[in-house]
Write a protein that binds this ligand. Structure first.
Ligand code: BTN
Length: 253
């Protein structure tokens, strides 16, 4: 088992050799009343979860962590934290790769290196029981391919070591936690606008043709903007605009 992580002030580490899912463990902790900024890190997951019900293959050598938060906001606002995490991951990866590698954020919350997926983010939350609709807890789960990546995924993948980085898991997660603390403070103090602006500087495919896979169909258009809430604005071939709040984005052929 690796040494403990050196985390930013206020973070509490829960280090595990193996767990079903760090998101699931953080959820259990959230339900049990654990403090905000509990950082769950597992060396491997037996039931790692991805977005839209997919699984996240989780062998030793990659990074799996979930941060428990208790922001005093409504669920729609809490969802902005996925952009906070994507920014933190993008900055982390960029700082650990040789110059010349292109790191980008793919909407809504993947991170790419030279067009290949290196990290995915999964947010889960529970509404409080009080009227007013604030979240009770929010779990920010991040998976980073470091030593290996799964073959044959929907979106082609890579890993830090494959892309020329050499950092071990501990160094990657420590750097991520520092960037996460930094951007969470900005989000808390100044709102979504500076996060949105920074995310757009890393955005993949902005202004270009994309295909968006929705739950029930696929649409094509130009990724023209990100709105104030983080939704993707797609300019359709017939000139109309469509606001997309959930879907998978692929470059158009
Ligand atoms: C995706 O791209 O589909 C999101 C993947 C999120 C995976 C991470 S690994 C750590 C945390 N625990 C989980 O079960 N899932 C997230």
């Amino acid at each position: 088992m690796s040494d403990a992580l050196d985390l930013p002030p206020g973070f509490t580490l829960l280090r595990l050799a193996e767990i079903d899912s760090t998101n699931e463990e953080a959820r259990r902790l959230g339900e049990a009343g654990a403090a905000a900024y509990t950082f769950v890190w597992a060396e491997r997951q037996s039931g790692g979860r991805g977005r839209r019900g997919r699984s996240w293959i989780s062998p030793v050598g990659n990074g799996y962590c979930s941060l428990l938060l208790r922001p005093d906001v409504a669920p729609g606002v809490a969802a902005q934290v996925s952009f906070v995490a994507a920014l933190a991951v993008a900055e982390t990866i960029a700082s650990l790769l040789p110059v010349g590698r292109k790191v980008a954020c793919k909407w809504p919350n993947d991170v790419l290196v030279d067009g290949l997926k290196i990290s995915g983010i999964l947010l889960e939350s529970r509404m409080g029981r009080q009227p007013g609709g604030r979240v009770d807890w929010l779990v920010v789960g991040v998976g980073i391919n470091i030593a290996s990546f799964p073959p044959g995924t929907d979106y082609p993948a890579t890993a830090l070591h494959e892309a020329g980085g050499a950092a071990p898991v501990e160094q990657v997660l420590e750097a991520y936690a520092v960037r996460m603390a930094h951007w969470l403070k900005i989000w808390r103090d100044d709102g979504f606008a500076p996060v949105r602006q920074a995310w757009l500087r890393w955005a993949d495919g902005l202004g270009g043709k994309v295909v968006v896979r929705l739950a029930d169909r696929t649409i094509e258009g130009i990724f023209s903007a990100l709105d104030d809430s983080g939704a993707l604005i797609l300019s359709l071939p017939d000139g109309r605009e469509r606001t997309v709040t959930a879907g998978d984005v692929f470059p158009a052929a």
